[in-house]
Design a protein around this ligand. Structure first.
Ligand SMILES: CC(C)(COP(=O)(O)OP(=O)(O)OC[C@H]1O[C@@H](n2cnc3c(N)ncnc32)[C@H](O)[C@@H]1OP(=O)(O)O)[C@@H](O)C(=O)NCCC(=O)NCCS
Length: 186
């Protein structure tokens, strides 16, 4: 299955008022557990990062909303050493988010990458033990490109990571209304 009900979910641009919410989400146990850098982010580091992203390309940072509720976050970056490939980091930060929030975030983020960022491909990695992310990537139509090991803590043991990709061509073939906008303010 590669098409999702994203009605009522919107990706909007990041606002200055999102600063504390994003830190709360990123530092929650639920999100940190699956991040490649699982240590809590210090508020001073977050301040610096947030000030930088507010002045960066506005298309690279998006907040998932449902009605008047903010639920999650996605950031995009060009993949290293690769012309048209982009990567992302995403999470649903609210534990009581409506069912389907992760699927909507992923589907809207794919649409945003292909339509607004003109990505040829989206590449992403998930910890092999992150069942929900792996199921999400499968649902979104990602294919597996391979795996690698990373050590997230010092000291620590290597953990398996799965590398996923979704090409623009495959997405266009799978998604009936591929041309629509993903975001509220594009
Ligand atoms: C990864 C993440 C975004 C995935 O979201 P998600 O949990 O799949 O979100 P959804 O609500 O869309 O789906 C949850 C489940 O409910 C099901 N579901 C969703 N809406 C449904 C509906 N209307 N009716 C029936 N089932 C539904 C989905 O199919 C899914 O089932 P599955 O787990 O058996 O596949 C989320 O878990 C998260 O933010 N995790 C922490 C951070 C993280 O891991 N980020 C990714 C790093 S690579």
């Amino acid at each position: 299955m590669t098409s999702f009900e994203t009605k009522d979910f919107v990706l909007r641009a990041l606002l200055p008022a999102d600063k504390d919410t994003i830190l709360r989400w990123r530092n929650s146990d639920f999100v940190r557990e699956h991040m490649f850098t699982p240590d809590p982010i210090a508020p001073s580091n977050h301040e610096r990062w947030f000030a930088r992203v507010l002045t960066a390309d506005q298309r690279l940072y998006r907040v998932l909303t449902y009605g008047d509720r903010d639920l999650g976050f996605v950031s995009f970056a060009r993949a290293e050493d690769s012309g048209g490939a982009w990567t992302w980091g995403l999470y649903v930060g609210e534990l009581d988010a409506p069912r389907g929030s992760g699927s909507a975030l992923g589907a809207l983020a794919l649409r945003h990458a292909f339509n607004e960022l003109a990505a040829d491909e989206v590449v992403s990695e998930a910890m092999a033990k992150n069942d929900r992310a792996i199921r999400l990537y499968d649902r979104l139509g990602f294919r597996r490109a391979g795996m690698r090991f990373i050590t997230r803590t010092t000291p620590g043991t290597p953990e398996e990571v799965i590398i996923f990709f979704r090409s623009r061509a495959a997405w266009l073939a799978d998604v009936p209304d591929a041309g629509g906008y993903a975001s509220a303010d594009d």
